[in-house]
Design a protein around this ligand. Structure first.
Ligand code: NAD
Ligand code: IPM
Ligand code: MN
Length: 357
């Protein structure tokens, strides 16, 4: 079995955070004799600049042959005005589609030590432990579209099979958690959402009768995420709703920089692991990006693609211990604090914790 991790650093803060996550993976590989090897490949604006495409064929080939893919972020103002098919974001959408990565797992947890970094009151944040499953290869991101000088359209399409398979992922994961699923749609307006609700209802009732199932409209879900975040266990939703709700949910944890994700397919190929944040052009190049989302994505890679649960848990523990001990990047530091750590220095603390346990 391949032990090669393909690293798609991408743009903006992408290379800064993936470099730190690779340090952590290297340390875990040594400590747990995982035999990991690393191979860099191009994606996004960096790939367009170097090879004329945001997803060169060589990248797809390397990803297919890998054990797992670690991605930083793509995009930025430099590529804002290039033809749409060359945009960095198209590279990311295309690799998700090419590898059939239809289920995007985005865990959201809170730590009392970071309560001050969240705009919510600490009592709302206690006990928050949500796993959002975002459908990743369908919906309005991939439907028919067109633009002319004076009009444009994007279409949202879903098939029964696409909804069934992502609901099955949600149901299976919920069975090993608190056994509650919230399916989010806009069934009062959209036909795709009415189909979504019918299929979700059937899949959960017939295949996962032990689960408690709730359906929410997406506008209300956005509100409930702030008013009662600790009530949620697994949330499952379509592509664009999941994108938006997880950026919102990141502020429960305290920062966009904290949240990891795993994009998984039917199990026949590698998964792709990336923080949920973007290339953060406003802070790129400054060495201040929070690497936690990417380091925690690397832990998810070990768990889901290599079956290496102990090293994954050790990395997660090392990140949590760093935060408990007071290590902070700028985005999660107390306002006005001066003792925050840069991207690499924060990772140094994580590495010391990993070595010590
Ligand atoms: P963004 O996620 O890049 O940034 C939003 C805000 O969060 C910014 O203030 C940024 O500084 C902050 N932030 C993000 N990551 C952080 C980190 N690790 N540490 C500290 N702060 C962090 O979103 P945006 O500014 O809307 O988008 C910028 C570019 O990134 C766009 O081109 C967009 O298309 C792209 N994007 C890519 C991905 C991806 O590659 N998966 C995801 C989202 C956005
Ligand atoms: C994400 C991003 C991407 C998405 C963009 C960059 C295509 O926002 O991974 O959350 O919308 O899926
Ligand atoms: Mn997003």
């Amino acid at each position: 079995m391949s032990r090669t991790i393909v690293v798609l650093a991408g743009d903006g803060v992408g290379p800064e955070v993936t470099a730190q996550a690779v340090r952590v993976l290297e340390a875990a590989s040594t400590k747990y004799s995982l035999g990991l090897e690393f191979e860099d490949a191009l994606i996004g604006g960096a790939a367009y600049d170097a090879a004329g495409s945001p997803l060169p064929d060589a990248t797809v080939k390397a990803c297919r042959a890998s054990a797992g893919i670690l991605l930083g972020a793509v995009g930025g103002p430099k590529w804002a005005d290039i033809p749409v098919q060359h945009r960095p974001e198209q590279g990311l959408l295309a690799i998700r589609k090419a590898l059939g990565l239809f289920a995007n797992l985005r865990p959201v947890t809170t730590m009392p030590e970071l309560a001050a970094a969240s705009p919510l009151k600490p009592e709302k944040l206690a006990g928050v432990d949500i796993l959002v499953i975002r459908e990743l290869t369908g919906g309005i991101y991939f439907g028919k579209r067109s633009r002319s000088a004076d009009a444009a359209f994007d279409t949202c399409e879903y098939t029964v099979a696409e909804i069934e398979r992502v609901c099955r992922v949600a149901g299976t994961l919920a069975m090993n958690r608190r056994r509650k699923v919230t399916s989010v749609d806009k069934a009062n307006v959209l036909d795709t959402s009415r189909l979504w609700r019918d299929v979700a209802t059937r899949v959960f009732r017939t295949e996962f009768p032990q689960l408690t199932v709730e359906h929410l409209l997406v506008d209300a879900a956005a509100m409930h995420l702030l008013s009662r975040p600790a009530d949620f266990d697994v949330m499952v939703t379509e592509n664009m709703f999941g994108d938006i709700l997880t950026d919102e949910a990141s502020m429960l944890a305290g920062s966009m920089g904290l949240l990891p994700s795993a994009s998984l397919g039917n199990g026949s190929g590698p998964g792709l692991y990336e923080p949920i944040h973007g290339s953060a052009p406003d802070i790129a190049g400054q060495g201040v990006a929070n690497p936690c989302g990417t380091i925690l994505s690397a832990a998810m890679l070990l768990r889901h693609s290599l079956g290496a649960e102990a090293p994954a848990a050790a990395i997660e523990g090392a990140v949590a211990a760093a935060i408990r001990a007071g290590a902070r990047t700028r985005d999660i530091a107390a306002s006005g604090a001066r003792d925050w750590l840069g991207t690499a220095a924060f990772t140094d603390v994580v590495l010391r914790n990993l070595a010590a346990h």
